[in-house]
Design a protein around this ligand. Structure first.
Ligand code: FNR
Length: 369
């Protein structure tokens, strides 16, 4: 086989022009781990081992799980955060370890909005029928959102005041500052999957009548203010990235044309890496199956300047499928989720299959498959 495109290096530009070079185009998708029993948002040994094993596995860039910018922004009470020094220092250890293996790491900064304060999505909880909102008297908390909304079959969320919006912008910036101090190479803003930013973007979940609701310009204002607040503290030589839901999959919702327009505007603000997922508002679902969201990434890629780095995600499980996405120019990289949980060596196996060198750590040098 000719040289693999999937395993060719790529440089993601930065606002300073320096750029960040990845050894290949395989990234680990952000995935919640619900692994913090102390419920204090401080990453534990699990995060080190989980992300460490992916660094051993040949992924060029790892995304952390959704990491909350403030306590009330956590999806569940066992999620990770980066709103205090203890969390920052714990993340720094994970970052150091990943760097020792020549792998880059991006933090996914998140606020769950109306979808916060839920039980972790773990089998034990599900068996105990502990799903949905954690009641206030059992450790849950009042959630906030763009507009009061009953879309999620969760405890009602409060509409954010302008003052709360301003306060949240300061939290996004403070978290970004901490992420820089912890040594992260890149920062991905979680604007997808029906969480707080998406709750502002989508007309399904935003019926505000002030400057943050109504028109496209108003609904995208909060995200643009988040990006501006982060860009003030996030160094220009580091990659600024975003994850967007390309589609709400319903005609009156957020559509791919909106995503394409927004991506261009975010590029102007300095965002250079775009990971295109879909859905999350209400119960609307699009297609599923192999590569089900790839066309959304392609639409964004085609509209952006050539130097933007656009990744496709969702149902990408096979090395040849991933190679085809790159060879045919459908995306610049792939983001692998569930397949990586099943096989943390996914990227090394793909390299082997595509005739590219593996990047096993020395300790695994004698391994064969
Ligand atoms: C996810 N996903 C996800 N997405 C995200 O943006 N932030 C997150 O923290 C999580 N958490 C999460 C946990 C688990 C266990 C799974 C399986 C998924 C979505 C994930 O990043 C990815 O977009 C989807 O899983 C689709 O890709 P795959 O799994 O088909 O490769």
């Amino acid at each position: 086989m000719a040289q693999s495109n999937l395993f060719s290096p790529v440089t993601i530009p930065t606002r300073s022009g320096a750029g960040m070079t990845l050894a290949n185009r395989v990234t680990l998708a952000p995935m919640c781990q619900y692994a913090i029993p102390a419920r204090d948002g401080v990453p534990v040994t699990w995060q080190l081992v989980h992300l460490g094993s992916m660094a051993h596995g040949g992924f060029a860039l790892l995304h952390t799980e959704a990491t909350a910018i403030s306590p009330e922004g956590r999806i569940s009470d066992q999620d990770a955060g980066i709103w205090n020094t203890e969390q920052e220092q714990a993340w720094a250890k994970v970052v150091d370890y990943v760097h020792q293996h020549g792998t880059k790491i991006s933090i996914q900064l998140a606020h769950a909005g109306a979808k916060a304060s839920t039980y972790p999505w773990l089998p034990a909880q599900n068996e105990a029928k502990q799903v949905g909102s954690i009641p206030l008297d059992e450790g849950g908390w009042q959630t906030i959102t763009s507009t009061d909304s009953e879309l999620y079959q969760l405890a009602p969320a409060q509409e954010m005041s302008t003052e709360q919006i301003q306060r949240s912008l300061r939290s996004w910036a403070a978290a970004a500052q901490r992420a820089h101090e912890a040594g992260f190479d890149a920062l991905q803003i979680h604007a997808a999957h029906g969480y707080l930013i998406h709750q502002f973007l989508s007309p399904l979940s935003n019926s505000r009548t002030d400057e943050y609701g109504g028109s496209y310009a108003n609904r995208t204002r909060y995200l643009k203010e988040v990006v501006a607040a982060i860009a003030e503290v996030w160094p220009a030589e580091k990659v600024l990235a975003i994850r967007l839901s390309g589609e709400d999959w319903v005609s009156e919702g957020w559509r791919i044309a909106d995503t394409v327009q927004l991506a261009g505007e975010l590029y102007e603000q300095g965002v250079r890496a775009f990971d295109i997922s879909s859905a999350g508002i209400g119960a609307f679902h699009g297609p599923s199956g192999p590569g089900y969201q790839v066309p959304l990434a392609t639409a964004v890629k085609e509209a952006l300047p050539d130097d933007a780095f656009v990744t496709a995600v969702g149902g990408i499980t096979h090395p040849l499928q991933a190679e085809q996405i790159i060879v045919t120019g459908q995306a610049d990289g792939v983001s692998i989720g569930r397949a990586a949980l099943g096989d943390p060596q996914w990227a090394n196996r793909a390299a082997e299959q595509l005739g590219a060198p593996r990047s096993n750590p020395q300790q695994y040098w004698r391994g064969r498959w």
